[in-house]
Write a protein that binds this ligand. Structure first.
Ligand code: WTA
Length: 652
């Protein structure tokens, strides 16, 4: 069935960076005809090189690739120093705190704060180029200063989302062998203080690589201090010089690690390097959000996710934009909060997750009408497929049917957008990521043949040529990098990058992402490996076996559904014990991973459906969780009767 189509706003298109499909096609064809020429030109135009690069792309050791080899630059200087001549007094960051406190940080302020922070890390903590620094921070400007200070001195930051538990933090600290952790006492949520420092304390146990912990004071709640290890940022920063010469970095020097879930138990440290990443971060800001010099741009993500890295900090600052950073909860004190912020700060581009849109829609269908949202030009979504009703509400009520919605498809590993509408060019369809961006060779391939699939057929979302902001490696595990991303699809005899997502083309060649093909589920736009959740549940000694699957969820997109086989078996009289056990199991998940991984459903079953070779039939479990009737042949199962039992228990 063809979907409704919406043409770009003609007024907007006149001034857009890419203002028509002709322009889009020209750029796309240019990149296809002369791939290296295309990227080389942009790298020269957009980046300030300390030393020019010798080659554009070196694929000789693929899938380990090098972009702009021989070049030298510094990402922090890209984001700050080069704007000082023309944008010294322009707001770089507008911060709105949970309690409504607002702070404007100009590019000059940012320069001073980041330089001081860099000096602190170097002088007081001895942080050097290549050292790993874990950042476990709330959404406050110091989180951005910390990132940029690391980039300035060549340290590799690894941000851990503030919702992760001490166990999850500990794993990430240890995998990266980080010697410094930057955190805060805590912050505010719904006007109440919450704490982070105690989580860091619990994550640093004997044998930890961490030597120093830097604590930013935000909520001024009492925290315990370990002498010789913990230091107050507010104290140390006082006497630091506002100048710190940046490190001259190679194009391929690592910029950061960001841990993300995969289909096996252990999260992987996705590595991004300097030049290619920052180039695409900046270009997509200009193309996809079409941010202009006097615009104010707001992305509601957390810096703990890739969206916060690329589209709150690096992309906006690299292009010299004004980026809004928000500490609070967008539904607090009510569903009008984001619209009040749009009105107050005259926000022009607003970027959020479908989950947030669904919640805001549900809580306040007519709320946007109460605010002046006339400043809005571009609306964006990211992280999960958006459903047509939420899309329609966003388009009509928030955007007054005049703002393009850019449904941006990408991942931690791609560094920046790969498939997305361009707001001044692409006719959009509800809930459709549309077309690959110029320079990105994204194709839906048949996993068996490596051929491009035809209209209406499903296939694997792949990228057939390296691109500048692609993942460079999995920290400490070369083999996992190759296996995870280049092991599934081969085109013309060459292993190509597979995203892990399924997709299809419609009659216009538009791409719709249908979701993960692996055991990763997408909860409120956050990737969660089912194996990670299973590993946590197995920590309970009463658990014999467990299988975790995703289940459609009205607000979260997907919810987490756990099938658990207990050692004591099933017994009706144990019902109350089972309720206690559910609580206990979710408690374990909170401790091992964090509240984001708590299961929506836990069912205790007599046994898992397995093949005779012992493979768990997750397809069946997924179908039952969805409430579907099992009609397929299950005769090959070791114990087919278990399916009917589980069906009855779950769906009655
Ligand atoms: C999903 C977030 C549909 C997809 C930037 C991908 C999407 C995973 C979209 C990456 C979209 C992201 N439509 N699905 N517009 N954007 N996804 O690494 O499954 O946290 O693989 O990066 O989110 O999640 P990640």
């Amino acid at each position: 069935m063809s979907k409704q189509i919406f043409q770009p706003n003609a007024e907007f298109a006149k001034n857009a960076n890419i203002g028509s499909m002709d322009e889009y096609n020209k750029l796309m064809n240019k990149s296809k005809d002369n791939y290296e020429g295309f990227w080389g030109e942009y790298a020269k135009e957009k980046l300030d090189w300390i030393k020019p690069f010798d080659s554009v792309l070196d694929e000789s050791n693929a899938p380990f690739v090098k972009w702009f080899d021989g070049g030298k630059l510094n990402v922090s200087a890209q984001c700050i120093d080069r704007h000082l001549d023309t944008r010294k007094n322009k707001a770089a960051i507008i911060f709105e705190g949970d309690r409504g406190d607002v702070q404007t940080i100009t590019y000059l302020d940012l320069y001073k704060n980041v330089n001081k922070f860099s000096n602190l890390l170097k002088e007081d903590f001895g942080v050097k180029k290549g050292d790993r620094v874990v950042i476990y921070m709330p959404m406050i400007p110091e989180a951005a200063y910390a990132m940029l200070a690391c980039a300035r001195i060549g340290a590799i930051h690894s941000i851990v989302f503030g919702g992760f538990s001490s166990e999850a933090l500990k794993d990430r600290i240890e995998d990266a062998e980080a010697k410094v952790v930057i955190t805060a006492d805590g912050a505010y949520r719904k006007t109440k203080p919450y704490m982070l420092k105690p989580v860091v304390d619990a994550a640093i146990t004997e044998g930890s690589p961490v030597e120093k912990v830097l604590v930013v004071e935000r909520n001024n709640e009492e925290v315990t201090w370990v002498a010789g290890r913990d230091y107050s940022y507010n104290e140390l920063i006082k006497n630091k010089s506002t100048h710190c010469r940046y490190e001259e970095m190679d194009s391929e020097d690592p910029l950061f690690l960001l841990y993300t879930s995969g289909s096996t138990g252990k999260p992987k440290g996705v590595q991004h390097n300097s030049a290619g990443y920052i180039l695409w971060a900046q270009m997509t800001m200009e193309w996809v959000f079409d941010v202009k010099e006097n615009d104010t741009y707001w992305c509601t993500a957390d810096v703990g996710w890739i969206t916060g890295h690329t589209y709150i900090v690096y992309g906006p600052l690299a292009m010299g934009a004004t980026t809004v950073m928000f500490e609070g909860v967008i539904t607090y004190p009510d569903a009008g909060r984001p619209w009040a912020m749009v009105e107050n700060h005259r926000i022009n581009q607003f970027y959020t997750a479908p989950t947030a849109i669904r919640v805001l829609h549900k809580m306040g269908e007519d709320t946007p009408k109460k605010y002046d949202l006339s400043s809005l030009k571009v609306l964006g979504t990211v992280g999960e497929p958006i459903d047509p009703p939420a899309w329609k509400w966003y388009y009509e009520e928030v955007g007054s049917s005049k703002c393009a919605i850019v449904d941006t498809y990408w991942q931690t590993e791609t560094g920046g957008h790969i498939v997305s509408p361009l707001p001044g060019a692409t006719p959009i369809k509800p809930a459709c990521a549309t077309l690959p961006l110029p320079g990105i060779m994204a194709e839906i391939l048949d996993p068996e043949t490596g051929e491009k699939v035809t209209e209406g057929e499903s296939g694997y979302m792949c990228i057939t040529k390296p691109w500048p902001s692609q993942i460079r490696g999995v920290w400490g595990d070369e083999e996992r990098y190759v296996k995870s991303y280049f092991g599934d699809v081969t085109k013309d005899g060459k292993a190509v990058y597979f995203t892990g997502d399924g997709a299809n083309y419609d009659e216009d060649g538009y791409i719709t992402i249908t979701g993960r093909t692996d055991d990763v589920i997408n909860v409120s736009g956050h990737r969660m490996g089912t194996a990670e959740v299973e590993a946590a549940l197995k920590k309970e000694s009463e658990v014999a076996e467990v299988a975790v699957v995703g289940k459609p969820h009205e607000l979260k997109g997907e919810g987490i559904f756990a099938y658990v086989v207990l050692k004591h078996g099933l017994d009706d009289s144990r019902f109350e014990d089972d309720v206690a056990m559910m609580k206990n199991l979710n408690g374990i998940i909170k401790k091992e991973i964090g509240a984001i991984a708590v299961c929506d459903d836990i069912v205790f079953i007599p046994g898992l459906p397995k093949t005779r070779s012992g493979k768990i039939m997750r397809r069946i479990l997924r179908a039952i969780a969805k409430g579907e009737k099992i009609t397929q042949d299950i005769s090959t199962l070791e114990d087919p009767s278990v399916v009917a039992t589980i069906e009855k228990m779950v769906n009655g």
